[in-house]
Design a protein around this ligand. Structure first.
Ligand code: FAD
Length: 455
């Protein structure tokens, strides 16, 4: 008799409650990863490359026994369970709309064949859906959620994962291994080192060099002021419960602020759990009648980093070249698309999901909704980020912009944020502004006020 551990967003060995649960039965365990061609196709090449590199890096941690298969999990998982004579399939819980639907189908098929489906933990410190208000419903705003979330947080339990070596041998599908290799080769950006060990090193380095200054530096794209852990958190190479347990031993504004940011991740997952439609539809219907523009050439200029607004273009080029973008600049680029170009947020959210290495439907799509004024923020419609004043504030010497926009490298200091004021600002081919921010801000506010009036 054997047990299967089906890995998905939990690609690690340490602090792995589902592995601990699988091993508790004292039966040999088959660690399994399934490439779902439908999902694989939908991921952009960056996300595919990162996932493939992570699976590769995870295999040695499972003593080289990670079994790779391709196909619809609803077919593949029951088939391999039958092949190895498994009596149970263990997973880490999933709460995205797609993951939940898939798991329901797999669970029902397994159960119909008398195989147990065991869910332990989730990719979050507090499983989405657990935090409830006094009437048993979900929280709508971050502050109230965060207070209740803290009461639910428990210390991570002991895990036997690291000491377990009792595996089942099952041959990997050579086509699956080839698909992973191809995804890594075809990845258009230089990937950071994947896997649990790399995540651990990054975390240690951040605790040593970044945590104390985090509260002050986190909004500065010109500094390496944030943890940069989002790609590893996304694939579960490191679990937030571990980070939070360690942060509990640190005092100061840096640790407090980082806890807050991790709680935003938990909050958005919780919102998506309760409102699966909010993945692609406005969470709040108040702006349902807001008129949007198609985008056209302006959308292309935004996507390629040629809007003529340096901080926006620097962000979009950082995204294209590395697959990652600084958080403050994610807000500024999203604000520019939705408020200056009047494009509906899902257009931008889809583009980000295609290009971000840490692409995550809950954090991304609710980050977009927050900026667009359709999401969890109670009063955001008047917040239209000014790309010039924001740039001067958060990239005070212009180093971030010069790093990503070679056509502006000749402008020193903060002059780089306003090439239109420099006699030689456009000497190296940087494009003129495609819109006038002040005029588009007025237009955005007029549209928003009219839509709210109609509601
Ligand atoms: P740090 O500042 O070091 O924070 C540590 C961790 O906290 C992050 O890794 C992340 O897991 C979490 N976190 C921080 N800020 C947020 C936030 N605002 N919302 C949710 N979680 C947060 N994050 C993603 O992981 N995937 C995405 O696809 C994504 N898309 C975004 C799109 C938009 C429009 C916006 C405004 C934000 C988006 N974020 C997304 C959130 C945030 O920008 C990134 O998590 C953060 O910039 C990653 O860098 P870091 O790991 O250095 O963050």
């Amino acid at each position: 008799m054997t047990t299967i551990l089906w890995l998905r967003r939990d690609l690690r060995r340490g602090h792995h409650p589902a592995l601990t649960a699988a091993a508790a039965g004292d039966q040999p365990v088959l660690p399994l990863f399934v490439i779902d061609p439908d999902l694989w196709q939908r991921c952009g090449p960056v996300r595919r490359g990162w996932l493939a590199a992570t699976v590769r890096a995870t295999d040695p941690a499972y003593d080289g026994r990670l079994c790779l298969r391709i196909g619809d999990p609803a077919e593949v998982v029951p088939r391999i369970a039958d092949e190895v004579g498994a009596t149970a399939v263990h997973v880490t819980g999933e709460s995205t709309p797609r993951g939940t639907r898939r798991d329901r189908v797999v669970r029902d098929r397994l159960r119909s064949e008398g195989i147990q489906w065991v869910v332990t933990g989730s990719p979050y410190a507090v499983t989405p859906g657990t935090v409830r208000n006094q009437s048993g419903g979900p929280y709508q705003v971050f502050g109230a959620f965060a207070r209740a979330w803290h009461l639910k947080l428990t210390a991570p339990g002991d895990t036997v994962g690291a000491d377990w070596h009792h595996w089942v041998d099952a041959a990997s599908d050579p086509a699956a291994a080839a698909m992973l290799d191809r995804a890594v080769e075809d990845c258009p950006v230089a990937l950071p080192e994947a896997g649990e060990h790399a995540a651990e090193l990054r975390w240690r380095a951040f605790l040593r060099d970044g945590l104390d200054g985090y509260a002050d530096n986190r909004d500065r794209p010109d500094l390496a002021g944030t943890s940069h852990l989002s790609p590893w958190l996304k694939v579960g190479a490191i679990h937030p419960a571990r980070l939070l347990a360690e942060l509990a031993g640190h005092h100061g504004t840096g640790a407090d602020r980082l806890v807050d940011e991790l709680v935003w991740r938990e909050f958005y997952a919780d919102v998506l759990h309760h409102h699966p439609d909010s993945a692609w539809h406005d969470l709040r219907p108040t702006l349902g009648t807001l008129p949007y523009d198609e985008g056209g050439d302006a959308l292309t200029a935004w996507q390629t980093g040629h809007t003529g607004y340096p901080i926006v273009d620097a962000g979009m080029r950082q995204l294209a070249e590395t697959g990652w973008m600084h958080g403050r600049v994610r807000m500024l680029t999203a604000s520019f698309l939705t408020k200056d170009l009047h494009v509906w947020w899902p257009v931008g959210a889809r583009f980000f999901l295609q290009h971000l290495i840490d692409a995550d439907i809950a954090s991304n799509n609710h980050g977009w909704q927050w900026v667009a004024g359709t999401g969890t923020d109670p009063a955001p419609y008047f917040r239209v980020f000014n790309p010039v004043t924001q740039a001067k504030r958060f990239d005070p010497q212009g180093d971030y912009v010069r790093r990503w926009i070679p056509e502006l490298a000749h402008l020193d200091g903060p002059r780089v944020h306003e090439p239109w004021r420099a006699a030689d600002g456009y000497a190296h081919g940087y494009p003129a502004r495609i819109v006038d921010h002040a005029a588009e801000r007025r237009e955005a506010l007029a549209r928003y006020n009219a839509a709210r009036g109609r509601h």
